[in-house]
Write a protein that binds this ligand. Sequence first.
Ligand SMILES: NC(=O)c1ccc[n+]([C@@H]2O[C@H](COP(=O)([O-])OP(=O)(O)OC[C@H]3O[C@@H](n4cnc5c(N)ncnc54)[C@H](O)[C@@H]3O)[C@@H](O)[C@H]2O)c1
Ligand SMILES: O=C(O)C(=O)C[C@]1(C(=O)O)C=C[C@@H](O)C=C1
Length: 362
Amino acid sequence: MIKRVAIIGVGLIGSSLGLALGDIKEVEEVIGIDKNQDYLKEALDIGAIDRIATLEEGVRDVDLIIIATPVGIIKDLVVEILPYIRNETIITDVGSTKSTIVRELEGLVGDHIYIGGHPMTGAETSGPSGADKYLFENAIYVLTETKNTDQDSLEKLKNILERIGSQVLILSPESHDRMVAVTSHLPHLIAVNLMSVIEQFSQEDDKVTSLIAGGFRDTTRIAAGDPVMWRDIFLNNREMVLETINIFEERLASLKELILKEERESLEQTLAEIRDARIRLPMKKKGLLPSNFELIITLKDEPNAIGRVASLLGDAEINIQDIEVLKVRDEGGTIRLSFSQEEKQEKAYRLLKENNYKVIKK
Ligand SMILES: NC(=O)c1ccc[n+]([C@@H]2O[C@H](COP(=O)([O-])OP(=O)(O)OC[C@H]3O[C@@H](n4cnc5c(N)ncnc54)[C@H](O)[C@@H]3O)[C@@H](O)[C@H]2O)c1
Ligand SMILES: O=C(O)C(=O)C[C@]1(C(=O)O)C=C[C@@H](O)C=C1
């Protein structure tokens, strides 16, 4: 049974895991280790960890060690802790890339147990201030399996991750890296590149940014992500990322060609095929994407309008996963609420209707 957990790196993912695991009855203690003292204090204040420890002392007598630092230093940290830990302690990490880390660590850990992990959920913020105990609810959590994987430990880890609401998907490190190159790493690169284009335009005319609407916001949110984390991801999954960039460049070149040659029909047909593929994505089913169940609510322009919605749902113990202001007008505004499960969306919908809110499901 996993009773004591040490988290190395109490940033966004580490603290979110601390909050979620701390809620499990059998988990008696969550220990926080970090090089950043402010983050450690913050993690302690929000209840993500029960106490702060040094690397050497914190990992000595725990059942599970989670390494939640940038990818580039995971291997060195594991090497550093090996002399202090018990053989049966499970070591895992949450790094966004897996092949290199798993290959290197499996060669290094000897009789110790290491299982690679990667939660397919997150945010563009860093540190414990953005931590969310519901981050893993209904989200895919990848665990890697190789011929060296200890099956009992894999099962134990899978079990505890399911207890915090994740859907565990077991993959080889290589297929994980191939898939995330296109679902996560390429999107980040595109967001960053798009952001750099608007930067160039806004240096010529600063009014450009005032024309930003939903499309730009939706496609660039992740460009605010931590540069160290993303540097490590791109360099660690270099080959796969380069392969997806090549495919992206080819696709962009053919779209460019259609526009250049004013090929109306082909352009429309290509756009229609891509739109259909986007609509077919399993966004609302349990699948490779975290579910996203949304409500759109129109509010009157009055003080604390959003606060009242939040309180109404909070009092009914319905957790709002995300809240976004879509439009603000003189007569009021529109907000979008996201929930992690369809049942929560349904419960919130009924409650808001009963309280005479103008609300639609998405
Ligand atoms: N942010 C996301 O959306 C997301 C999602 C899934 C996985 N990940 C992965 O999770 C890991 C952590 O990302 P995050 O978003 O929580 O970043 P973060 O910056 O919020 O947290 C990283 C933490 O690691 C600590 N750290 C760095 N070097 C350290 C060292 N030598 N010793 C001890 N602590 C050290 C930092 O002080 C910080 O608290 C990364 O490997 C990232 O690839 C991130
Ligand atoms: O910001 C988010 O919403 C995320 O899900 C972050 C995200 C992603 O976009 O794929 C970023 C990197 C991680 O390794 C996993 C998740």
